[in-house]
Design a protein around this ligand. Structure first.
Ligand SMILES: Nc1ncnc2c1ncn2[C@@H]1O[C@H](COP(=O)(O)OP(=O)(O)OP(=O)(O)O)[C@@H](O)[C@H]1O
Ligand SMILES: [Mg+2]
Length: 506
């Protein structure tokens, strides 16, 4: 009894702390902390579902587009080759998601539909990431596991030993050879190939963009005894191309011959409006957050903000949702409300600026830096103010040359400089306008894009271009100041000592 009295609560506490100190295994401590964090984390149920890489099975606002696409492609199951399709739409309007969603269902249907006498194979290629030339596109198709297997022939049949159409070594062969393989393998497998060429405008200009379409369309004729039997039933095999692009003029730029042999069907994906964005976010919230965590007003605010600021690009809406959840988590809040989303908007803007800047070529970045810095430091003063926070193109070039000198780069010619200005305008990092007559004739007025301040742009780019140097400079300045401070103190002390000594003497 006595023992219990003596130790009591305080005693137990002490013992625990002691044991923590003595038993202080690093991993035990760290994992304990993590475990606690996990237990308290009541915000995200499955955070990865807030990322724009995740494609949900439900696509609110795109139900009709999914049905339209599926309806065209369903011809493959009816025994004729579906039409080629062009899908247009600005970034983040769901083009890729719709194709992947429909392809997914198509594959599932094919697996369960044993009656069909053709095999439907879907092949998705993101041209920007995986195939920026005609050659690479054909190569990517041939690399498909199922086509490769068909190419190998029937391995169980000894007579079919030399039946292989192509092997693993495809790289380095002429493109005509690759087309020959493709035609043979499609014919052998009686295949209806649904080929998605996503971001088709990324196929490089120097490789003839038209020829990929032309050659694939022509192959359909060859596969089916040269008759253009797209609409005829019981074809041997065939290809349907579903292409996507942000470039509305893409089809116009194609060779007229190719254009006419290409599809009749074009689809245009409108930008999402606020109610659609709300619905998309609501569905994501159900998948990624614990029930009741995200307030409805927070979703509405996020949808409205992204519509206004980012033209309804759904990727930004999803990023904002994730950032807001992280803010609530970090601040220990039980809910994601208007306040967290409001804070999230600032983080999103900075993140977006970072992303954009990181993607720029070096000289594009220097041009942007030169313009933003000249505006930020109010380098050019004039009597008649052209526009607040803007400079003229001549001044911008001068500033660019100066920055190149500091950075140690040779400035590009005026022609390139103009190209860079246009590129930067396209991604809204710069805003260009014509001065009209009056200011030194007709010149271009340049300001920083509406989403960012010149100061923000300067700070971001300086960090990227000079990184550690700037930090070092700052530290050196602080050190200098501290030294100056110490010196001052010393002189004061010396003076004081001097006076005291003097007084002492006196
Ligand atoms: N209707 C929708 N419902 C739910 N999520 C969607 C919807 N539309 C798009 N998304 C989400 O947004 C992401 C981006 O959309 P997607 O890649 O389909 O746009 P895109 O039109 O192909 O853009 P880009 O032109 O930049 O390639 C998708 O990965 C998906 O997570
Ligand atoms: Mg896409």
């Amino acid at each position: 009894m006595e023992v219990t009295d003596v130790t009591g609560d305080a005693g137990v506490k002490e013992t625990q702390e002691e044991s923590k100190e003595t038993d202080g295994n690093l991993f035990k401590d760290i994992l304990n902390i993590r475990h606690n964090e996990l237990n308290n984390n009541k915000i995200f149920k499955d955070k990865k579902k807030t990322t724009p890489d995740y494609i949900p099975s439900k696509l609110p606002g795109r139900e009709n587009e999914c049905k339209d696409l599926a309806s065209v492609l369903s011809d493959a199951f009816r025994g004729c080759i579906p039409m080629n399709i062009f899908i247009y739409g600005t970034p983040g309007t769901g083009k890729t998601s719709v194709i992947k969603r429909v392809f997914d269902d198509m594959e599932k249907f094919q697996r369960n539909n044993k009656k069909s006498n053709v095999e439907v194979i879907t092949k998705y290629i993101n041209c920007r990431e995986k195939a920026t030339s005609e050659y690479q596109v054909v190569l990517r198709i041939l690399e498909d596991e199922r086509l490769k297997n068909i190419s190998l022939g029937d391995s169980s049949n000894p007579n079919a030993q030399n039946n292989k159409i192509y092997g693993d070594k495809l790289d380095g062969l002429a493109v005509e050879k690759l087309y020959e393989f493709l035609e043979k393998v499609l014919k052998r497998g009686k295949i209806a190939l649904m080929l998605a060429l996503d971001e088709v405008d990324a196929i490089k200009k120097n490789s003839n963009k038209d020829s990929i379409f032309y050659n694939l369309v022509r192959m359909n004729g060859d596969l089916n005894d040269n008759s253009e039997n797209r609409e005829e039933y019981n074809f041997n095999a065939g290809i349907t191309i579903i292409s996507t692009t942000n470039d509305m003029k893409f089809k116009e730029k194609l060779d007229p011959r190719t254009r006419s042999s290409l599809s009749k069907k074009g689809m245009f994906f409108e930008k999402y409006d606020v109610p659609q964005l709300e619905k998309i976010l609501e569905e994501r919230v159900k998948l990624a957050f614990y029930e009741g965590v995200v307030e409805k007003s927070a979703i509405s605010f996020a949808a409205g903000y992204v519509k206004k600021t980012y033209d309804g690009d759904v990727r930004y809406a999803l990023n904002l949702l994730q950032i807001s959840g992280e803010i609530a988590e970090k601040e220990g809040k039980p809910k994601v409300t208007y306040d967290e989303v409001k804070k999230g908007c600032d983080v999103l803007n900075v993140d977006t600026l970072n992303e954009w800047i990181k993607r720029l070529y070096r000289h594009q970045m220097i041009v942007l830096y030169a313009v933003a810095d000249a505006i930020f430091k109010k380098k050019y003063k004039r009597l008649i103010d052209i526009q607040p926070d803007a400079i003229l193109s001549g001044e911008a070039y001068e500033s660019y040359e100066e920055k190149c000198k500091i950075i140690g780069e040779k400035p590009k010619t005026m022609r390139w400089f103009r190209e860079y200005l246009n590129d930067l305008q396209k991604c809204e990092l710069l805003a260009l306008s014509e001065s009209g007559k009056g200011i030194r004739g007709n010149t271009t007025i340049i300001g920083v894009g509406k989403y960012y301040t010149p100061k923000e742009v300067v700070e971001k780019i300086e960090k990227l271009l000079f990184g550690d140097e700037i930090q070092k400079e700052k530290e050196e300045k602080i050190e200098e100041k501290q030294k100056e401070g110490i010196e001052e103190e010393k002189t004061k002390e010396n003076q004081k000592e001097g006076i005291e000594e003097k007084e002492g003497i006196e």
